[in-house]
Design a protein around this ligand. Structure first.
Ligand code: PBG
Length: 328
C-alpha cells in the first residue's frame, strides 16, 4: 500500500535549497576592524600573542585604514599606544596625541570611512588602570568622577580630530551622559557613541593587554568591569547607557555571552555590537595552527552565530579576511 502520511520535510538536500532558506547571511558591512597605532614605532610590530595582528606606526595607519575601506569594510576601531604614560593619562586627550594624529591622517585620506575610537585611559596611565586611582593602604580605588572628567576630555579631543564615533570602554558610572553632554555643547552633536555597555571582567582580554601595552601594574579590573555571573545586571547597565544617550550598545566578549547579546537585542531593539576579543581570536588561531580545526570554517561558524544571536555589528580581528571571504 502507498503511504500517504504527511512527513515534515527538511530543506537541506541541495546547496541551492540550503541557500534559499538560510536565515542568517554574513555581509562585509557587519564587520569592524580594530587597529593599533603605536607612537613609538617606525615599522609595524607583530603582536606575539595575536598571530597576524600588528601594531602600526603612525605613518602607516591611514594606508591600513583606507585599505580596509577598499575591501568594503565600513569602519575601523582605533587603539593608541602613546610614547609616554603618566598618572593623568595626558596622552589620551592631548591635541597631538597618537589617536588625534592618526584620526587626522585617516580623515585626510579616506574621509568616508567611519572612524571609531576606543575611549579609555588604560593605555595612557602609567599604572594601566582604566581610570584615576588612589591608594588606600594596600587597596587601590578607581576614582569614578575624576576619571569621567578625563574621559570626557578624551572623547572631545577625538571628536575634534575627526572621530565619527567614540566608544568608551572604561566602565565608569555616568560617563555616557557626561560625554554626550560635552559633545553636544562642543558642537559635536553628530558624533555618535558606541557604549561598551555590557563589558565583563574577562580572562579573554589577556592578549589585548600585550597588544595595547596596558596590563594593570597592580590589582585587576573587577571593581569596574562586570561580574560574568550576572545577566540581569548587564541588562540594567545597558538600560542606563541608553538612557544616558548611547547610540549603539556593545556586549563584550562575544562567544561566552551569546545569551546576553540575544537579550539585549531583543529587549531594547537598538543597534547592537559585539566584540569578539583578543583571547577568543587567539584560541582559534592557535588551535588552527596546531591543525586541530579549520580556521576559516570556525570563523564562519562563530561569526554566523554572533549575528544569529542578534549582533548588528561585529568587531573582529578577522574583519579583513572576512571582507575577502564573505562574498563567496
Ligand atoms: C580597554 C579595552 C580592553 C579591550 C578593549 N578595550 C581591555 C580591557 O578592558 O582590559 C579588550 C579587547 C580585546 O581583548 O580584544 N581599553
Amino acid at each position: 500500500m502507498r503511504r500517504l502520511i504527511h512527513r515534515p520535510r527538511r530543506l537541506r538536500r541541495s546547496p541551492a535549497l540550503r541557500n534559499l532558506v538560510r536565515e542568517t547571511q554574513l555581509s562585509v558591512h557587519d564587520f569592524v576592524l580594530p587597529l593599533f597605532v603605536n607612537e613609538k614605532l617606525d615599522e609595524p610590530r607583530p603582536i606575539a600573542s595575536m598571530q597576524g595582528v600588528s601594531q602600526l606606526p603612525l605613518k602607516q595607519i591611514a594606508d591600513e585604514a583606507c585599505r580596509a575601506h577598499d575591501l568594503g569594510l565600513q569602519a575601523v576601531l582605533l587603539f593608541g599606544i602613546p610614547e609616554h604614560k603618566d598618572e593623568q593619562a595626558s596622552g589620551a586627550y592631548s591635541e597631538n596625541g597618537i589617536i588625534q594624529k592618526a584620526l587626522r591622517a585617516i580623515k585626510a585620506k579616506c574621509p568616508d570611512l567611519v572612524a571609531i575610537t576606543d575611549v579609555c585611559l588604560c593605555e595612557y596611565m602609567s599604572h594601566g588602570h582604566c581610570g584615576v586611582t588612589r591608594m588606600d593602604g594596600d587597596h587601590f580605588h578607581v576614582l569614578n568622577d575624576e576619571s569621567v572628567e578625563l574621559l570626557v576630555k578624551t572623547a572631545l579631543s577625538h571628536a575634534a580630530a575627526g572621530a565619527d564615533m567614540v566608544a568608551p570602554s572604561d566602565m565608569m558610572d555616568g560617563r555616557i551622559r557626561a560625554i554626550r553632554e560635552a559633545l553636544d555643547l562642543g558642537g559635536f552633536d553628530q558624533t555618535g557613541i558606541i557604549s561598551y555597555a555590557a563589558k565583563f571582567a574577562s580572562a579573554f582580554y589577556g592578549p589585548f593587554r600585550e597588544a595595547a601595552e596596558s596590563p594593570p601594574q597592580f590589582g585587576d579590573r573587577r571593581s569596574y568591569q562586570m561580574d560574568f555571573a550576572n545577566a540581569n545586571e548587564a541588562l540594567r547597565e545597558v538600560a542606563l547607557d541608553i538612557d544616558e544617550g548611547a547610540d549603539i550598545l556593545m556586549v563584550k566578549p562575544a562567544l561566552p555571552y551569546l545569551n546576553i547579546l540575544w537579550r539585549v537585542r531583543e529587549r531594547f531593539g537598538k543597534p547592537t555590537a559585539v566584540y569578539h576579543v583578543s583571547g577568543e581570536y587567539a584560541m582559534v588561531k592557535s588551535a588552527a595552527e596546531k591543525g586541530l580545526l579549520d580556521e576559516r570554517a570556525a570563523i564562519f561558524e562563530i561569526m554566523t552565530a554572533l549575528k544569529r544571536a542578534g549582533a548588528d555589528i561585529i568587531i573582529t580581528y578577522w574583519a579583513r579576511d572576512l571582507a575577502q571571504w564573505v562574498p563567496e
